[in-house]
Design a protein around this ligand. Structure first.
Ligand SMILES: Cc1ncc(COP(=O)(O)O)c(C=O)c1O
Length: 391
């Protein structure tokens, strides 16, 4: 046995996803495959992304490709964007540039937790929280979202908190449900965490995982818990909105409500701890491109059309689906209740969805709307046909 205990646990908790990732890519490489699985791009990169990268590729100084930490211009662009979006006075020094949201989450764990601490995670939720927690020697504690609506269930979070809890992870817009939570949810959570922190004699943090923040439908507003609870760190990634998860860029941002002394302590740790976790800063080109990338976005009108097409056709076929308010995912209940059987029957026809078993939710399935409209239109009749005898 060469693997460490934490690597063994991390691997076990995400093995099913890792295997699916390899298997489905082998299958979806076929030109006739209809791939609705991961949130990957299905068309060539957005012109704004390639233009921003091209503009930075030629070195403009001898240190162009020297070691980079969090570049000033990138942090300024992020702070300006956050101020406009969230209406809170973020400062550039509240920002640590990271390798996507993955990097920011990892940085937050190192800044805020010690080995053996517990971290509360939403269920259903993104399948990488657990392996990341195990790899960081932390213990995931699941708190279910509200049955059926997938609203934030603040009471469930309260019940999940123990004397070892250090962080509560929240995710809005939420993967896989597409739900966006209102400010009232954050105010209620803030009250619970304030009381629990007092009771247990240490501060419990919120890590607000917001990589889908700019992907919202029907003009629905967005509130971050950073506006309700001072001890909130936001993690963000540009990968979703610019449909390029292979180019790593993101950040961790502290709530401007946090007291000056705590902010100063954390700010001073961004660089040394970013280094300590394996030089977790984005590549030079991505940092130089960050100001231009702030405004690059997938076509939200087209994404709304895809959401409406898929949601409309599935509900017409009496398949129970949650209408996404954000993200590019659609979360549904498998006809007949066995998501794996439903997904296998579709795979036999060359249509690939993600079974909820990857989220430990064997009755549900997830569809990614990053596929082209043509793929969606070709996949839909198959989904409806397979569902009919099962439903
Ligand atoms: C909820 C959630 N958080 C974080 C991430 C990580 O994002 P990135 O790969 O851009 O770092 C993802 C990616 O799928 C996600 O769905």
């Amino acid at each position: 046995m060469v693997l460490s205990a934490r690597a063994t646990q991390a691997k076990a908790s995400v093995d099913i996803v890792a295997r699916f990732f390899d298997e489905v890519h082998a299958l979806t490489d076929r030109p006739d495959a209809l791939d609705l699985t991961f949130g990957d791009p299905h068309e060539l990169a957005l012109p704004g992304l390639t233009a921003a990268l091209r503009a930075q590729i030629e070195p403009q100084s001898v240190d162009w490709f020297a070691y980079k930490t969090s570049e000033r211009a990138a942090k300024e662009a992020v702070a300006t964007g956050l101020r406009a979006e969230l209406g809170l006075p973020f400062e550039p020094d509240d920002i640590a540039m990271t390798q996507g949201a993955f990097g920011a989450i990892s940085l937050a764990f190192s800044l805020l937790t010690d080995a053996g601490d517990e971290v509360v995670i939403p269920v259903p939720g993104w399948f990488c929280y657990e392996p990341m927690l195990y790899a960081a020697n932390l213990t995931p504690v699941r708190a279910a979202l509200a049955e059926g609506s997938f609203d934030l269930d603040v009471d469930a979070i309260a019940r999940a908190i123990t004397s070892r809890t250090r962080v509560v992870i929240v995710n809005s817009p939420a993967n896989p449900t597409g739900r966006v939570y209102p400010k009232a949810s954050w105010d209620a959570l803030a009250e619970v965490l304030e009381e629990a922190s007092r009771k247990h004699g240490h501060r419990i943090w919120i890590l607000s995982d917001e990589p889908y923040r700019r992907i919202r439908f029907d003009g629905i507003g967005f509130a971050s818990p950073a506006g309700s609870y001072a001890w909130t760190a936001i993690d963000y990634s540009y990968a979703k909105v610019m449909l390029a998860p292979g180019q790593r860029l993101g950040y961790l941002a502290l709530s401007p409500l946090l007291a000056a002394d705590e902010r100063t302590e954390l700010r001073a740790a961004f660089m040394p701890v970013g280094l300590a976790i394996g030089w977790g800063f984005p590549d030079a080109i991505m940092q130089y491109a960050a100001p231009a990338l702030e405004t690059v976005s997938l076509d939200m009108v087209e994404l709304s059309r895809k959401r409406d097409r898929m949601y409309g056709a599935l509900t017409d076929a009496a398949i129970e689906v949650t209408r996404p308010e954000g993200t590019f995912y659609l979360w549904g209940r498998a006809p007949g209740g066995d998501a794996q059987a439903f997904c296998d029957a579709l795979a036999a026809r060359g249509v690939y969805l993600m079974s909820g078993s990857l989220f430990d939710q064997p009755h549900h399935f997830r569809i990614s709307l990053t596929a082209t409209m043509e793929t969606i239109d070709r996949a839909l009749p198959h989904i409806v046909e397979v569902a009919e005898p099962l439903g």
